[in-house]
Design a protein around this ligand. Structure first.
Ligand SMILES: *Cc1c(COP(=O)(O)O)cnc(C)c1O
Length: 374
């Protein structure tokens, strides 16, 4: 059994993928070929967002807007500590300071009450200037934008959505990313919409911001790439990845529904068994939220035993994330210590992700339930 089965999907569209790759080999425009603009416009239509900028990874999709906002030394950017490293890494890379805000124990996403407190505390201390917020839609579940956006507005902060795991999720009837000034996603192979290599995209309705990001994408180009007007990156998406992702996007709507069905079966089994032998707690999806189920992550006080029992039956699991960001060596310079963010630390001790992909069969899921004591 695979944790994420990419082969089942490839089998469905292998011929289309080969044709798409051959198309790129035939026209030979490997950099910014016609598939790039076509993919960007399809993504924009899918989300209802005006400007889409394909880029080389989810990490660059976070870094580009931070550069566009001219975030740097002395600035505070508020981020959750329970996430993938890129969320705070990109902030640190600009010279700004990631200020961690603990997450909600139910949704695993940034806690709006603690966010408001942290912004006010930072402002009062006066060492750092509050500049922006990066909410993460962890495991595919949207952050609480109805409560985050007013905090941002009240303090003049930008909101950059880290929707690396949540492309296509929904919050109050609107698809993600689509709430902050700008959103970022990743097409890393294991993400809900994944390519065959690294890729990402930036989304915004702000035309001026989009123009700056397009310039940053190609070495801060002005009229052309030899007329540089700002310090930028080489962060373009490959034509080849765009060609592949166009084919995968055609299946995506259906795959979201299949993921939802897999998640519902997991939750029904866990709740039906009252958590079962390993005292599992199913993920909570509040009213008005639609997860895209990048991961199906449960909590258990007996994680090692559960993983061993599943592994003995050939069932893979993964732990996202073993260490919250404030306890990583790379972030030690911020002075974080155990106890600083108790909810994130609790989740890091108890969270475990079960196999999740659109093609997980009911038979395989039945084997997982049996091994997990459900
Ligand atoms: C995967 C991920 C990223 C980075 O995306 P890459 O395409 O791997 O660079 C950023 N943030 C979160 C929350 C992620 O899960």
């Amino acid at each position: 059994m695979d944790f994420i089965d990419l082969k089942a999907q490839q089998k469905r569209i292998r011929a289309e993928i080969e044709e798409a790759i051959l198309g790129v080999l035939d026209h030979g425009r490997y950099i910014m070929g016609p598939e790039v603009a076509a993919f960007e416009s399809q993504l924009g239509e899918f989300l209802g967002v005006e400007h889409v900028i394909g880029c080389s990874s989810g990490t660059d999709a976070l870094l580009l807007p931070l550069l566009a906002f001219e975030v740097g030394p002395g600035d505070a950017v508020f981020v959750p500590p329970f996430t993938f490293f890129a969320t705070c890494e990109t902030v640190a890379l600009t010279g700004a300071t990631p200020v961690f805000v603990d997450v909600d124990p139910q949704t695993f996403n940034i806690d709006p009450d603690k966010l408001a407190e942290a912004v006010e505390k930072t402002q009062a201390e006066g060492n750092l200037k509050p500049k922006g917020i990066i909410p993460v839609d962890l495991f595919g579940l949207p952050a609480d934008y109805d409560r985050i956006m007013p905090i941002a507005e009240a303090h003049g902060l930008f909101v950059l959505e880290d929707a690396a795991q949540a492309f296509g999720a929904e919050y109050q009837g609107r698809r993600l990313p689509g709430f902050g000034e700008v959103g970022a996603t990743s097409f890393f192979p294991a993400k809900p919409l994944g390519g065959y290599g690294d890729a990402g995209a930036v989304f915004t309705d702000d035309g001026d911001l989009a123009a700056v990001i397009r310039s940053l994408l190609v070495h801060g180009q002005g009229r052309d790439k030899y007329n540089n007007v700002r310090i930028g990156l080489n962060a373009r998406i490959d034509t080849m990845q765009a060609a592949i992702l166009i084919q995968k996007l055609k299946l995506f709507e259906e795959e979201i529904a299949l993921r939802q069905a897999v998640a519902e079966r997991y939750t029904a089994a866990i709740e039906g068994a009252g958590g079962g032998a390993f005292e599992l707690k199913a993920p909570h999806v509040p009213e008005g939220y639609w997860s895209v189920w990048a991961q199906y992550t449960v909590l258990t006080p007996r994680r090692d035993e559960l993983r061993a029992a599943l592994s003995a039956e050939g069932i893979p699991t993964a732990v996202y994330y073993e260490k919250p960001m404030h306890l990583l060596d790379a972030m030690a310079y911020l002075g974080g210590k155990p106890g600083d963010f108790p909810v994130s630390e609790h989740l890091a001790d108890r969270a475990v992700s079960l196999p999740m992909h659109p093609y997980l069969s009911e038979a395989d899921q039945g084997r997982i339930f049996a091994a997990a004591g459900l």
